[in-house]
Design a protein around this ligand. Structure first.
Ligand code: SF4
Length: 389
């Protein structure tokens, strides 16, 4: 099911056009309007950008499309594969700016005894299950070059905002990602959790969401697109209205008091926890769906059991599930990862108090693909030191 289509700013690039916008353009070229849908389907449904391969279009139109230029506005400058199947792509845009996007195959459990010849076993000699990359792939995409929000635990925040990404650049990450999936993989989920605060680039992100979920395009279904935000209250309200609550929401919360949250997430000085919670309570969530609350556990900063209790209290009345993210070690950072037993105790405390919580499996550690670690090298190629909260 596609998302509702809100009023959008005009398309700036051919890859941003919706079928009806293509129909308009093609009409101006003297082509029948129905060809607009065909061009859109070639690009967004089949991932074909070479007009010569658009075999149901007349030669004259293919030549005109070649002139128009349908190339992606970005290229892969580095591809880092990880041991767990995760692939991090560093992509370079036409102005030389770089962002990262990550392909993450969902892990599937396999029983090593299934073929009867496994020699994997634990200390008791019992065969142990293994997790292997499966066929369903989630892609994490970026929405800005850098980020203006300045969260102290986040590499993008330290970099500052360089510029917004265009809708064509945002969508092109997915076109590119899909072309790099293997035959047995299916790109099913998109998460806007890469570099940037998506709601700070609202117009371009809104158009990208419409393109990615268009039934004649990639047709990503509801529940398949998750937007992660640091909590820009007016823009969450706008998203709720524009997309009727169909966009899955994830909130980077990370602290339970205004004082603490403001010290690690400056946006909290503008939109307090009370304002944010009130906004989440009015978000028009479809039935049986919940908002994901992202809570990065940082040792000695927010991982005390009293924080867990305060989190339960804060989220009362919000349809929420909590995603606990043990902070990934960042080189040169004064912030430390939580202890493993501390993470378990925190999760259990939430659970005991009736709050559903899970610990995010860390993926792609060896390529620094986890949240807040994308493109954290400076323009000079040197890592930045993160400040202490
Ligand atoms: S956590 Fe998100 S909002 Fe905060 S600085 Fe990083 S990218 Fe920006």
């Amino acid at each position: 099911m596609s998302l509702p289509i809100p009023e959008l700013a005009p398309a700036q690039h051919p890859l941003e056009r919706l079928p009806e916008e293509w129909a308009e353009v093609l009409g101006g070229w003297g082509e029948p309007r129905y060809r607009g849908l065909q061009v859109f389907q070639w690009i967004h449904q089949r991932g074909v950008l070479d007009p010569d391969a658009m075999t149901n279009l007349p030669k004259t139109l293919r030549a005109r499309l070649r002139e128009e230029g349908l190339g992606l506005p970005l290229t892969v400058s580095h591809l880092h594969p990880s041991n767990d199947g995760t692939r991090k792509l560093l992509v370079r845009m036409l102005d030389g700016s770089e962002v990262e996007t990550v392909l993450i195959p969902q892990l599937e459990k396999v029983d090593p005894d299934a073929d009867g010849d496994s020699d994997e076993s634990d200390e008791q000699g019992t065969a142990t299950a293994a997790w292997v990359p499966g066929t369903v792939v989630t892609q994490c995409i970026s929405s800005q070059v850098g980020c203006a929000m300045g969260c102290v635990f986040c590499a993008s925040g330290v970099m500052g905002l360089k510029r917004h990404m265009t809708a064509a650049e945002i969508v092109s990450q997915v076109l590119l990602g899909r072309s790099l999936t293997t035959e047995r993989e299916h790109l099913r989920n998109i998460v806007l959790m890469g570099m940037g605060e998506p709601l700070h680039n609202y117009d371009n992100v809104a158009r990208a969401l419409v393109l990615l979920t268009h039934p004649e395009g990639l047709a990503l279904g509801k529940r398949r697109v998750t937007l992660s935000t640091s909590g820009l209250v007016p823009q969450i309200d706008r998203l709720a209205q524009d997309f009727d609550g169909q966009v899955q929401l994830a909130i980077s919360l990370h602290a339970v008091t205004d004082e603490r949250r403001s010290s690690i997430m400056p946006i909290n000085r503008k939109h307090s926890l009370d304002d944010l919670m009130a906004c989440l309570k009015r978000y028009p969530l479809p039935k049986r769906r919940r908002i994901t609350i992202e809570y990065t556990l940082i040792r000695g900063v927010n991982d005390d059991l009293r924080d867990a209790d305060a989190l339960v209290k804060l989220l009362r009345g919000v349809p929420a599930k909590v995603n606990l993210i043990p902070m990934n070690p960042i080189a040169d950072s004064a912030l430390a990862a939580p202890r493993e037993d501390g993470v378990t105790a925190f999760r259990e405390r939430l659970f005991e108090r009736g709050l559903s919580a899970f610990v995010r499996k860390t993926r792609g550690d060896d390529i620094a693909a986890a949240c807040g670690q994308l493109a954290y090298h400076g323009d000079d190629g040197r890592r930045r030191r993160l400040p202490v909260a």
